[in-house]
Design a protein around this ligand. Structure first.
Ligand SMILES: Nc1ncnc2c1ncn2[C@@H]1O[C@H](COP(=O)(O)OP(=O)(O)OP(=O)(O)O)[C@@H](O)[C@H]1O
Ligand SMILES: [Mg+2]
Length: 267
């Protein structure tokens, strides 16, 4: 029997008059790997921020591991780990120190922390590098470490917002193998976004597609192919949204845009 671990109903986020997330509803089952897909600016990150207590909804309800992220922040936070769209490791610390810091933050008892950090660094093949500073790590190594770090407190749900952006295909594949392994080994529910359709097709058991803040399709990969009479998820996505998903590769990221704006402002 599957039970619902993420239950979202009529979730809405308005920035002034603009609805970034517009009456979104979906459910994720416990132990499932769920993809949340959509073009740039569709509302994916805004939704994840509301699910993970970083942003207050304008309206609608969320149940996360049976907690309400608005009124039960601490319990909700203990229920999930997250890998953000933008890197968030401390460059001046070692891999081990980054893990340790996170464990302390989440009140993982010391003996358990040690064991858990070793276990996770082994899973992502970084145990040998544990004493190296993050600034000496490659992009792929950093991403792997962020994944391991997000799991130190043994969360039930793992959010990954674009975890593979900017990585080469081989590293991307490896990353998903790690995530799949964790899903299997620890029965962690995985909720992820990606711009790579073949990744979603390969790893997701079910998915939702969001466009202009609204869910436009929801189901298994097969459901979506059948619905659109297409043979790949990429083609289904194109048919449903009228857009290719990979604009991100041609366009600068939100962060780069911001940096650029700040730079221009200074001149
Ligand atoms: N703090 C904010 N204030 C105003 N508008 C915002 C804010 N955060 C996000 N938005 C807008 O809400 C919309 C959805 O943004 P969001 O970051 O959720 O998209 P996304 O689906 O994650 O896109 P991407 O694939 O580029 O990461 C965008 O139009 C964005 O500009
Ligand atoms: Mg985003």
């Amino acid at each position: 029997m599957s039970s619902i671990i993420i239950d979202v109903n009529q979730l809405t986020k308005k920035f002034k008059e603009f609805s970034a997330v517009d009456h979104v509803s979906f459910q994720v089952n416990s132990g499932e790997i769920f993809a949340f897909l959509g073009p740039n600016g569709a509302g994916k990150t805004t939704t994840i921020k509301m699910l993970t207590t970083l942003l207050l909804p304008t309206s609608g309800t969320i149940s996360l591991n049976w907690f309400n992220p608005v009124t039960q922040q601490d319990q909700a936070r203990a229920s999930f780990g997250i890998v953000f769209q933008d890197p968030s490791l401390d460059d001046e610390l070692t891999a081990y120190e980054n893990m340790e810091f996170h464990g302390v933050l989440y009140h993982v008892p010391q003996s358990l922390r040690k064991q858990r950090i070793e276990e996770l660094l082994n899973i992502v093949d970084l145990w040998e590098r544990k004493d190296q500073l993050i600034k000496t790590f490659s992009g792929g190594m950093k991403r792997r470490l962020e994944i391991a770090r997000g799991l130190v407190h043994h969360p039930k749900i793992f959010f990954l917002d674009e975890p593979t952006i900017g990585l080469d295909p081989q590293t991307r594949n490896q990353m998903w193998d790690y995530v799949a392994k964790l899903n299997q080994k620890e029965n962690i529910t995985v909720f992820f976004t990606t711009h790579y359709m073949e990744e979603a097709e390969r790893i997701a058991q079910r998915l939702a597609i969001i466009d202009h803040g609204k869910i436009i399709a929801h189901g298994s990969v097969e459901d979506l192919k059948n619905l659109t009479q297409t043979s790949t998820l990429e083609a289904a996505f194109l048919k449903l949204t009228g857009k290719a998903i990979r604009e991100e590769e041609a366009n600068p990221s939100e962060q780069m845009r911001l940096h650029r704006q700040m730079w221009r402002g200074r001149k």
